[in-house]
Design a binder for this molecule. Structure first.
Ligand code: G6P
Length: 471
C-alpha cells in the first residue's frame, strides 16, 4: 500500500553538529496510517520541504540514495527506515506547483476565496506555473510507479496531486488507485472559472482513479456535478464519502499530560479569575475567517456590555503559507484587529483578546480544555477538526458556534449553534447565545457533539477507504 501527499508524516532539521532530527507530524492521515501497523509494508511518498528533508534525501534516509538503484515495478523498498520516500523536486518547480497553483489557484477555487473583480488572472505566468504543477505531479506518478508492487493500492491525497491518478494509471494499469480530497470541491459555476483545458486536465486526472474519496456528501456531489458538466461524467470512477473524525483516545490522553497542565495554568493567568472563554484555534488561513470572527467578538462587546470584563477571546492563529503575500497580509490584519479591540475595550485587569501566533499543540489542547465556547466560523472548510476536537477535550463541556459552510456541520449541526460565516452581527448573536447557554444544556450538547465527532476515528476512516478501494 502506498500513500502520496505533498506534506509527509515526518520532517527533518539539521542540527548544529550536522545530525538530522526527525519530527513526526500529526493529523488524521498520520494517525490513520500508524493504526495499520508497521508490518503493513506501507510506503509514504511525499515532498522534501525543508533543508533537513533535502539533506535526508541526499543521505539516502528517505529516498533512493546513490547506492540504491531503482527496481522498477519490483515493489522493493527504496525508502528509509520510516517507510517514507521524499521527492526532492527542484525548489522552483515545487514553489510554482505548491504556492502558485495548489495554494493560490486550486485552494482558492475550492474555498471560493477569490475577490473576483481583480482575480484570478490566468495569464502567461499562470501557464508557466501550471507546467510546473504538471512536472511535480509527474514526479509523484513516476516514483509511485517505480515503488508499487504488482496490483498494489495507492492512495493519493489532496489538491496538490490531482493529475497523479491519471498519470499513474497510464504508467501502471495494474494498480488500484484512490484519491482523497481533504478540501471542499467547488460547485460547477465556480469551478468553470479555471481555463477550460486546465479544468479538463484536473477532472481527467482525478478520474484516472478507481475511487475518489470526499469528506462530505456536499463535496462529493459538487465533484460529480463538475465531472458531468465538464468531463462527460464519472466513467468507471466510484465516489465515496468518509468523514474523518477526531481521535478521542489520543486526544484525551495527550490533553492530560504535564505540559498541557502547565499551559493551562499560564493561560488561566492570562485570562483572569472567573471569566468565560471563547476559544478558536486555526492556521492563519484565509478560509478560516478569523477576521470576521474578531469583528463578531467586538460586536458582542459593543452590543452586550454585560460581557465586558467577563469574557476573553482566546485566539490561536498559527503561521501558515507565509510565502504568499495575501497570507502575510491576513496575518497582519488579525494582529492589528486584536490590538485594536484590546485598545478599545481593555482595562488594566482585562485583556479582551488573548492572541497567540506561535504554533504549540500542548497550548492548543490547554485552550480546548478551558473552552466555554468554541468559535469555528470558516468561509468554507473540507471538514474542520477543531470543531470535533474541542468537545472531546473540554473539561466542562463547551458550546460550539459553527459555520454552516464547514464540512463538520453535516455531522455536528444539530447540537451546534449555526452561523452564516459572512454575517458578523449574526455571529455576535450566536456568541451571546453560546455564552448564555445553561450549564446543564451546554454539557448535554457537548457530550452529543463529542459522540458525533468521534464516530469515525482516523484508523477506521483510513481502513474503510482502503477496503473500499480494494473491494
Ligand atoms: C489542509 C490541506 C492539507 C495541508 C494542510 C496544511 O488541511 O488539506 O493538504 O497539508 O492544509 O497546509 P500546508 O500548506 O501547510 O501543507
Amino acid at each position: 500500500m502506498l500513500v502520496a501527499s505533498n506534506r509527509g508524516p515526518v520532517s527533518y532539521t539539521v542540527g548544529e553538529d550536522g545530525s538530522l532530527d526527525a519530527k513526526r507530524g500529526g493529523g488524521g492521515l498520520v494517525s490513520g496510517l500508524s493504526a495499520i501497523g508497521s508490518d503493513a509494508d506501507a510506503l509514504w511518498v511525499c515532498s522534501a520541504l525543508s533543508d533537513g528533508d533535502r539533506e535526508a534525501v541526499r543521505r539516502g534516509i528517505v529516498g533512493a540514495g546513490p547506492e540504491a538503484p531503482p527496481q522498477r515495478g519490483g515493489g522493493g523498498r527504496r525508502a528509509g527506515e520510516d517507510g517514507v520516500r521524499m521527492l526532492d523536486v527542484p525548489a522552483d518547480v515545487h514553489a510554482d506547483a505548491y504556492n502558485g497553483i495548489a495554494n493560490s489557484v486550486l485552494w482558492f477555487v475550492h474555498h471560493m476565496l477569490y475577490q473576483t473583480p481583480l482575480e484570478p488572472v490566468f495569464d502567461a505566468e499562470f501557464r508557466r506555473q501550471w507546467a510546473s504543477y504538471e512536472t511535480y505531479n509527474r514526479a509523484f506518478a513516476e516514483a509511485l510507479a517505480e515503488e508499487a508492487a504488482q496490483g498494489a493500492a495507492v492512495v493519493v491525497q489532496d489538491y496538490h496531486l490531482t493529475l497523479v491518478p491519471g498519470m499513474l494509471r497510464e504508467l501502471r494499469p495494474d494498480l488500484r488507485i484512490g484519491h482523497f480530497s481533504h478540501t471542499p470541491w467547488a460547485p460547477p459555476e465556480y469551478f468553470r472559472m479555471l481555463p477550460d483545458d486546465v479544468a479538463g486536465q484536473v477532472l481527467r486526472g482525478m478520474l484516472g482513479a478507481d475511487r475518489l474519496g470526499f469528506l462530505t456528501e456536499r463535496w462529493a456531489e459538487a465533484f460529480t456535478a463538475c465531472a458531468e458538466r465538464f468531463a462527460g461524467g464519472l466513467g468507471g470512477t466510484r465516489i465515496g464519502v468518509h468523514g474523518l473524525g477526531a481521535d478521542a483516545e489520543f486526544l484525551r490522553k495527550r490533553a492530560h499530560e504535564p505540559d498541557v497542565e502547565e499551559r493551562m495554568a499560564a493561560l488561566r493567568q492570562e485570562i483572569g479569575e472567573g471569566r468565560r472563554t471563547i476559544v478558536r484555534v486555526d492556521r492563519t488561513e484565509l478560509s478560516k475567517n478569523i477576521v470576521r470572527g474578531m469583528l463578531a467578538y467586538r460586536r458582542l462587546l459593543e452590543a452586550h456590555a454585560e460581557w465586558r470584563e467577563r469574557v476573553v477571546h482566546v485566539a490561536f492563529a498559527y503561521p501558515s503559507r507565509q510565502d504568499l503575500a495575501v497570507y502575510r497580509d491576513y496575518t497582519a490584519e488579525v494582529q492589528r484587529l486584536a490590538d485594536e479591540i484590546n485598545a478599545e475595550y481593555g482595562t488594566p485587569g482585562w485583556k479582551p483578546v488573548v492572541l497567540h501566533v506561535k504554533d504549540d499543540f500542548a497550548r492548543s489542547l490547554a485552550a480546548y480544555r478551558l473552552a466555554d465556547v468554541a468559535l469555528v466560523n470558516p468561509i468554507r472548510d473540507g471538514m474542520n477538526l477543531v470543531a470535533k476536537e474541542v468537545p472531546v477535550v473540554s473539561d466542562a463541556g463547551c458550546a460550539l458556534v459553527l459555520s454552516r459552510e464547514a464540512g463538520a456541520h453535516e455531522e455536528l449541526g444539530e447540537d451546534a449553534i449555526t452561523v452564516n460565516p459572512y454575517d458578523v452581527t449574526g455571529t455576535a448573536a450566536a456568541l451571546h447565545e453560546a455564552l448564555s447557554m445553561r450549564p446543564d444544556e451546554r454539557a448535554e450538547r457537548s457530550k452529543r457533539l463529542a459522540a458525533a465527532a468521534t464516530a469515525l476515528p482516523p484508523a477506521q476512516w483510513f481502513v474503510d477507504q482502503l477496503e473500499a478501494l480494494r473491494g
